[in-house]
Design a protein around this ligand. Sequence first.
Ligand code: ZN
Length: 470
Amino acid sequence: MTDEGKFVWFSDIHFDPLYGRAGAVNDASCSDGSVNDAPWGKLGCDSPVDLVRSSLDYAQSIVSEPDFFLITGDLCRHKNDDVNVVAMLSGVADEMRQSYNNTVFVPSMGNNDVVPDYHLDVLGGDNQLGEIREALSDIFPRTRNDTFARGGYLSVNVPGGAAVVLSLNTVIYSVWHSPNSTGVGDPFGQFAWLEMELATMRREGRWIYVSGHIPPTVGSYRRTQLWHGKYLDRYLALMLEYSDVVAAQLFGHVHSDEFRAASLGGKPLPPLLMTGALTPVYLNNPNFRVVRYNRLDGTILDYDTYFFDVAKANDAAVKPQWKISPSFREAFGVPDMSAGSLSSVADTIASSEKAGATFLSRRKADIFEPPCFRPCRARWNCTLRASSLEEYRGCLLTAGLVGEAAAQPPPAGALHYVLHPGISIFVLVGFLLLACGIRARRRWTYKTPEPVEIDGDENCDVLPTIREIT
Ligand SMILES: [Zn+2]
């Protein structure tokens, strides 16, 4: 066995069993007859079964025996309360097991894998967790104890012995989680478990990947904080305390290829990687990645993204032509994906127009993005370094972006420019009511000035149109 290992990483599959039929996500163009000409999926729609199969077949053809197969949540389509979630989960799990019959899978639960979206009863216990575990039985890994049915989290040994993946339930920390239980200090006892696992691994001289669906950071779509502040603070403190054993944090949810090189108290946190989505619903090409890592210490060395031009595949009515994009190392000229390397890439994106363009074109797997000039790249640098909204705002001030922002009307992605807290809350509430209508009003239980995320993969079931994205 060499020191270099590989794992396959899928996220945000969002399988839609009604694709091409009445009731499909997202709108009429995903359910009418024209979809017959687009069997591999379509920009603006969730994933048909042929896309799920094609991606797994292709992954299997390039890496038939990965060390493990990571899934960072959201197997099920959006608007999932109209469809049988258990059937969607078990259907995707069955496809995965058929493609990878001996591989260890590491699943995480996404907000669209529960019903309604983001709903888990922390106080009374939630039967959905046991049902999800059962639905995923084809791929559910052997664990030391059944923490998943109790709290939606699990610990998986990576074959080879040195490493463990701790897969977290992050739905319960989301600013969109319901029912409101922010008074609970440690929902489902997950922090106590995480701390115990981290301490055990350190004692045993092993290293760890932490994985999950919703990343502990500021989202790039609306530039808002994705977790409640109290849970974010506790998690970040643990990541700092155990930065010697946590080799990387691996998350999905944002449907965008990104990273964070954040720090706490001036000390770097373990590198945080976010992968793109298989579903093209947010106007990205379908993609997944294969990651190369050092088996001895867990350092992520590099990754390759595989994607195909979904619009072209449909025009040609031929099988998807899967392609590989330049690896992270090739694209940015760094030796690995350690915290130091990611930090230097964040700086390069800020200072170099070429690096900025490279970063943006990779975000949605080779979809054109408009030019990003110096203030735009400085804003990205702040995003790539922030864990919390407070840090992000502080970075904008340091970068001198407040004056630039004040000169512009704040569009959807620029609510952070409204710095006075009172005005900020007023504008934020107004915007959400407009954007999300009645449904948002029903959910809105505003208690503290916590930031609210309506980022990439959530937003009260309002899927963005092309105009909103651009
Ligand atoms: Zn998603």
